[in-house]
Design a protein around this ligand. Structure first.
Ligand code: PEP
Length: 249
């Protein structure tokens, strides 16, 4: 059975005080859906956020990690370090990481491996740029991102993976893929997975949509049969908006 997940990516937002405030506001919200709720604060606030939500129905997850277990990688954080403070899930391959920090399919494949070796769950992000869509290449771009970073994995690994389709042109722009565009791509992603790993794994895969999801459009996007939840940026920074999205299922 596929899970519904709504994950908030806080990006480079919220210092410690703001993190405390937003978490206490999130805790005052009521969840009426079956969606798993996740929040991804910045690295320095993960421990605090984890402690502050331990008793709540909110999972604190990481926005990134390095592929090495330890060593001479100044400024980086490993899977082992995340696990040691209770973090079980990591977002990998966000388009901002790919665009501004030169993350490639190759380095992402290594990060995925490192997360899985450490028994972590991965939310793996991918999506085409506007130029790709204008050129009608969105399906082939998405297919190669998935294949290059994930298709070396054993079938059993997919139990620990969640996919997040995030068209780059819809992230933080206010422009959303139409529910039909999201559904078409999610169905294509499921088919791509089925071709390599079979229908059972493809049918079980949770596929999130990300890109300017808001309280006003979440219900329609989530009503599509292959959309199993959302990765939320801007709207995750307001507790009421975030839970309006969580409760859109
Ligand atoms: C994101 O950062 O993953 C995202 C989808 O951002 P936004 O909701 O702001 O478009």
């Amino acid at each position: 059975m596929r899970k519904h997940i709504v994950a908030g990516n806080w990006k480079l937002n919220n210092n410690l005080n703001q993190t405390e405030t937003l978490i206490s506001e999130l805790k005052q919200q009521t969840k009426t859906s079956d969606a798993e709720v996740m929040i991804a604060p910045t690295f320095v606030n993960l421990w605090h956020a984890f402690q502050a939500t331990k008793q709540d129905d909110i999972e604190v997850i990481s926005q990134n990690m390095h592929f090495a277990e330890n060593g001479a990688y100044t400024g980086e954080i490993s899977a082992d370090m995340l696990k040691s403070i209770g973090i079980q899930t990591v977002i990998l391959g966000h388009s901002e990481r790919r665009a501004y920090f030169n993350e490639t399919d190759e380095s992402l494949a290594k990060k995925v491996d490192a997360a899985l070796v450490n028994n972590m769950r991965v939310i793996f992000c991918f999506g085409e740029e506007l130029a790709d869509r204008k050129a009608g290449k969105e399906a082939s771009v998405v297919e190669s991102q998935i294949k290059n970073a994930l298709f070396h994995l054993e079938p059993s690994a997919f139990k620990h993976i969640v996919l997040a389709y995030e068209p780059v042109w819809a992230i933080g722009t206010g422009e959303t893929a139409s529910p039909e565009q999201a559904q078409d791509m999610h169905a294509f992603i499921r088919k791509t997975l089925a071709t390599k790993y079979g229908n059972a794994i493809a049918d079980d895969m949770t596929i999130l949509y990300g890109g300017s999801v808001k309280p006003g459009n979440a219900k329609e996007i989530f009503s599509k049969p292959d959309v199993d939840g959302g990765l939320i940026g801007g709207a995750a920074l307001k507790a009421e908006d975030f839970y309006a999205i969580v409760n859109a299922f």
